[in-house]
Write a protein that binds this ligand. Structure first.
Ligand SMILES: *Cc1c(COP(=O)(O)O)cnc(C)c1O
Length: 394
């Protein structure tokens, strides 16, 4: 039998071993990690809401009123007012008839994909979709088809063959992210919506990295493109720009009711703490307000500043990958940035394809122009002029 030690050694040999670090401060532009004070470009709390007075107050009030734990699954014990408020707000925010919240985005994706699809159905997903979508599709027993990243020609062919093979009551579901989590680019949602409507398939769009950042009032990318009603299942997490935690599916009331009856990650899991729901609801209010617009503007300015300093295309939202190739190169780059007081994570297989290891820079509204200057200087020194030019070409 293989031992855990031998498996860990194999990971180390391939430069794929990981170790969660220690964070001794709230997430923010400056963090205390492993005893060092670091300027952080590692957080998905893009708007800085996780430490905002409004969210903390909402969470504290919900804890005071309803306790720290939800004490049971929603189907056993019901939803507290914060849970109901969040689902109402989320449905309005996403422009859908209803919404269902889960303990995490991962749980939302796994529960949704695995419960809406079954053997004989087909899931067609972008190659770079998040692990939660892939895992849910695998668990469902449906046929899994993968198209190369953003390749709508291949998607069209897969849709055609899935329609031909589908039983009369079969489902075909297309899934993509709107802003990709490790590449920071966007999906061609207009083309994808057109193809899915033509073929009668369902569409799930994971807006984890667009919520709060793209579209009027931060209502996400599909909204910005005028495609809100074409997306059957909108998926999001409140753990990123919403500064809290929890996953969400917004859809028509019938889909949401079906999920509440079928999604095992919803049914067999304790409801998230009321504080988590209250903070997420408060976040949606801020995201949709003028204050949200101001935060988006600051973030946009930071992203443009860094892109222009490095000679790169500005990111679609807040994520800028610096693809370095070998796993070791990404690790070494992250280490030398850390020595310079900058926290930028190295991303490796299996999160990204082998040989496409990278630094993943995430920008936030809280960064100052001096912060961006410091990062640009360190990255410039690290990459050298030639490399920066090569990156600009890709
Ligand atoms: C983070 C993420 C998820 C999972 O959300 P959690 O709430 O963190 O579990 C799903 N999809 C994408 C694209 C993500 O980046």
């Amino acid at each position: 039998m293989r031992s855990p030690e031998s498996e860990l050694d194999a990971l180390r040999e391939q430069d794929l071993h990981r170790q969660p670090g220690h964070l001794a401060s709230p997430p923010g532009r400056e963090v205390s990690a492993g005893g060092d004070q670091l300027l952080s470009f590692a957080s998905n709390d893009y708007l800085g809401l996780a430490t905002s007075a409004e969210l903390k107050a909402a969470a504290a009030a919900a804890t005071e009123a309803y306790g720290t734990g939800a004490a049971a699954s929603r189907l056993l014990y019901g939803a507290t007012p914060p849970h109901r408020l969040l689902e109402q707000r989320a449905a309005e925010f996403f422009g859908k008839g209803a919404a269902l919240t889960f303990a995490s985005g991962y749980a939302a994706a796994v529960g949704t994909m695995s419960s809406l699809l079954r053997k004989g159905d087909t899931a067609i997903i972008d190659k770079r979709c998040h692990a939660s979508i892939i895992d849910g599709a695998r668990l469902s027993g449906a046929t899994l088809r993968v198209f190369p990243h953003n390749h709508t020609g291949k998607l069209e062919r897969l849709l055609r063959s899935a329609a031909a093979a589908s039983p009369p009551d079969g489902r075909v579901l297309v899934a993509t992210e709107s802003v990709f989590s490790m590449d920071g680019d966007t999906a061609p949602l207009d083309e994808i919506c057109h193809l899915k409507s033509q073929s009668g398939a369902l569409l799930l769009v994971d807006e984890a990295h667009a919520l709060g950042l793209r579209g009027p009032g931060g209502r996400r990318l599909a909204h910005e493109l005028g495609l809100a009603s074409e997306v059957d299942l909108i998926m999001a997490t409140f753990g990123k720009s919403a500064g809290s935690a929890g996953g969400c599916i917004a859809a028509s009331p019938a889909w949401v009711e079906l999920l509440a009856n079928r999604a095992r990650s919803f049914i067999y899991s304790t409801a998230p703490p009321p504080a988590q729901a209250a903070a997420a609801a408060a976040a949606l209010d801020i995201i949709g307000s003028d204050a949200g617009d101001a935060l988006r503007e600051q973030l946009r300015g930071n992203a443009d500043r860094l892109a222009s300093a490095l000679g790169l295309t500005p990111p679609a939202a807040a994520i800028m990958p610096i693809v370095l190739g070998e796993e070791r190169r990404a690790l070494d780059a992250a280490r030398s940035l850390r020595e310079a007081g900058l926290l930028v994570p190295a991303i490796r297989h299996p999160t990204v394809a082998r040989g496409s290891a990278r630094l993943r820079v995430t920008l936030t509204a809280a960064h100052t122009s001096a912060d961006i200057g410091r990062l640009a200087g360190a990255l410039g020194g690290l990459l050298g002029k030639g490399e920066a030019a090569r990156l600009a070409d890709t």
